[in-house]
Design a protein around this ligand. Sequence first.
Ligand SMILES: [Zn+2]
Length: 111
Amino acid sequence: MNGVINYKKSVWVALNGQIQVGRKPNKNGAHARGWNSKSIGICLIHDKGDKFTFPQKRALNNLLEELVNKYDIPVKNILGHCEIDKKKPDCPGINMEVFRENFKEFIKRRL
Ligand SMILES: [Zn+2]
């Protein structure tokens, strides 16, 4: 991972699982309207219609685990874009309830 992640940054996860920290190249680095100063935006890069790759999912779990521990974030506060912005109903296109449950299991297995 390059760079330190804080609440002003966005994190990008490439198809091969590679993680990059920084602002969106265009616009002002905003990832979610009204949430930019109090959240960390994580974007999984993919082509429209394509599913996320396994390396991406693995990288996401590892990244989230690191952030949850570092900033003491409750798992319930891991939100999909769709959950905080009605204009983004398809982002990230997965069931977030299920995702959070699976993530809790992922963390438990590591303890
Ligand atoms: Zn989004």
